[in-house]
Ligand binder design. Structure first.
Ligand code: SAJ
Length: 416
C-alpha cells in the first residue's frame, strides 16, 4: 500500500521544528525542512545543529547522512506541512502572527488536493481558522475546511507542541498530543501523522479548543510560579526561608507549589498567557496579575544585589547563569539577562557573568559597560558577591568552601 505521507515538510527549524523534522526522518520518512535563515539551513545540511538540546546533534547528523532530512529556504511540494515558526508578542503584548502568515504564504503555491497542514506554533484562539482563510485567499481552486468542513480538499489542524526544552526528543515521542481539527476529518488526518512517531495518546478535539488548551497549560504554570514568587517576597519580609516553607507546604496531599526564582523566562510561559489576556482582557485578572508578579521579580533581585553591594562595599559581583533556565543555552526573555542589564545600567559595579552555554554576550548586553563574560573560577575568585541566577549543573556542583566569606544571593535555592 502507498504510504500515507511520502514526504513531510517542516516549516521553521528551531527548538520544536528541527527535533520534529529529525524524529520524523529517523522513522524513515523523507523530510524537507524549511527555514528563512540561510546559515541555519547550511548548518543542518552539513549534519550540524544550531541549538543545544540533548541528542539532537546525533539525530540530525544521522538523518542528514541517511538522506532523509534536507533543509532549504524555499517550500517544496509535500503531503503534509508542519508549521513550527515562532509566535512572539509585539507591542503591548499583542500576538505577532506574521511568521505564521509568511509560512502559509510560502506553502500556498505548492499546495495540492489531499495535503495536510498542521499548525504547531502556539497561537491565539482562532489562528487555525485564519490560516484556512488566508489559504483560501491565495488558492481559490481548492476547497478549505472553514468553507467545506469534511469535504475540503486540504485538511488543516492545530496540534500544539508541549515539549520541555532539555527533554524535547523524549517528550516529542512520549507526551500525549492534543490534536484539534477545523473538521473531524482534519483532526483524524493529523492524528494519522502523529501516529508515525508519537507513543503517547492523540486526543482529538476542535482547533479552537486545542489552541486554548495549550495557552491554558502555560498560563496555569505561570500562575503557580507567580504564587511561589509572591510567597518568596512575603518570606523575605517575614524572615522565613521560602524553599523550606514550600517544601513543607507541599507535604500536604493537595498542595503543589512550584519553585520561586529570579522571574519567568523563555519564549512560552512568559509570552503565552498574554495571548489569552489579549483575547479576553476583562476576564483575565488573575492571568494578567501573575504575569506582572513574575515580570517584577527580576527587579526585586536587582534591589537585593544593590543593597548587598552597598552594605558590604563590594564592587565586583559574580552572576552565575544567563539562560532562562537550567542546562540550556536559550536566552529568550531570560530574567537573568534583565538582571545583569539593570546592574550594568545602574552602574552597581563590575559584573562578572558566567554562562557555560554561550561563547559571547548577546547583542543587548555586549556593549554595556561593566559586564564581562568569564570562566567560573575567575568569577568566584574575584567577586565579593555571588549571585546564582540559573541552576546549571556546574553551579550546583560548586564546592561550598569556594563560597565562604562571600555574600551569597541564591535565587534558585540551590545552595541552601
Ligand atoms: N520556573 C520557575 N519555577 C518553577 C518552574 C519554572 O521559576 O518551579 C521558571 C524557569 O526558570 C523558566 C520559566 O519558569 O524561567 C519557564 O520554564 P519551564 O521549565 O516552566 O517551561 P518552558 O518555558 O521551558 O516550557 C514550557 C512547558 N510548559 C509547561 O510545563 C506547562 C513545556 O511543556 C511547553 O512545551 C513549553 O513551555 C512551550 O513551548 O510552550
Amino acid at each position: 500500500m502507498k504510504p500515507s505521507f511520502e514526504k513531510i515538510s517542516v516549516l521553521g527549524l528551531g527548538y520544536v521544528g528541527l527535533p520534529t523534522a529529525a524524529v520524523l526522518a529517523s522513522r524513515g520518512i523523507p523530510v524537507a525542512g524549511v527555514d528563512i535563515n540561510v546559515q541555519t539551513v547550511d548548518l543542518i545540511n552539513q549534519g550540524k545543529v544550531h541549538i543545544v538540546e540533548p541528542d539532537l546533534d546525533i539525530m540530525v547528523r544521522s538523518a542528514v547522512a541517511a538522506g532523509k532530512l534536507r533543509a532549504a529556504v524555499a517550500v517544496e511540494p509535500a503531503d503534509a506541512f508542519i508549521i513550527a515558526v515562532p509566535t512572539p508578542f509585539a507591542n503591548e503584548h499583542k500576538p505577532d502572527l506574521r511568521q505564521i502568515r509568511a509560512a502559509v504564504e510560502g506553502l500556498a503555491p505548492v499546495l495540492k488536493k489531499g495535503d495536510l497542514i498542521i499548525v504547531e506554533s502556539t497561537s491565539p484562539v482562532g489562528t487555525t481558522e485564519s490560516v484556512s482563510e488566508w489559504l483560501a485567499g491565495q488558492r481559490a481552486d481548492l476547497a478549505f475546511p472553514h468553507q467545506a468542513g469534511d469535504e475540503a480538499d486540504v485538511q488543516i489542524a492545530h496540534s500544539p507542541e508541549r515539549v520541555l526544552p532539555g527533554r524535547v526528543l523524549l517528550e516529542l515521542v512520549r507526551n500525549d498530543r492534543v490534536v484539534g481539527g477545523l473538521s473531524a476529518r482534519c483532526a483524524e488526518r493529523a492524528a494519522e501523522l502523529y501516529g508515525l512517531f508519537v507513543d503517547g495518546e492523540c486526543l482529538l478535539t476542535s482547533a479552537r479548543t486545542a489552541e486554548l488548551v495549550k495557552l491554558a497549560e502555560n498560563a496555569y504554570r505561570d500562575v503557580n510560579i507567580a504564587f511561589a514568587n509572591e510567597l518568596s517576597l512575603v518570606c523575605g519580609r517575614l524572615n522565613v526561608d521560602v524553599w523550606e516553607a514550600v517544601e513543607l507546604a507541599n507535604r500536604h496531599p493537595r498542595v503543589d507549589i512550584l519553585n520561586p526564582g529570579p522571574g519567568v523566562g523563555g519564549h512560552c510561559i512568559a509570552v503565552d498567557p498574554w495571548f489569552i489576556a489579549d483575547s479576553a482582557p476583562a476576564e483575565t485578572t488573575l492571568i494578567q496579575a501573575a504575569r506582572q508578579v513574575n515580570d517584577a521579580k527580576p527587579d526585586h533581585v536587582v534591589e537585593a544585589i544593590k543593597k548587598a553591594a552597598e552594605a558590604f562595599s563590594v564592587s565586583r559581583i559574580a552572576c552565575l547563569g544567563l539562560s532562562y533556565k537550567a542546562d540550556i543555552d536559550d536566552l529568550r526573555e531570560s530574567p537573568a539577562v534583565k538582571i545583569v542589564k539593570s546592574l550594568a545600567l545602574d552602574k552597581i559595579g563590575e559584573v562578572l557573568i558566567v554562562e557555560p552555554h554561550i561563547r559571547a554576550l548577546p547583542e543587548e548586553l555586549k556593549n554595556l559597560c561593566g559586564l564581562k563574560l568569564v570562566e567560573m573560577d575567575a568569577a568566584l575568585d574575584q567577586s565579593g558577591i555571588v549571585v546564582l541566577l540559573v541552576d546549571h549543573q556546574p553551579f550546583k556542583a560548586i564546592d561550598r568552601a569556594r563560597l565562604q566569606g562571600k555574600v551569597i544571593i541564591d535565587t534558585r535555592g540551590v545552595w541552601r
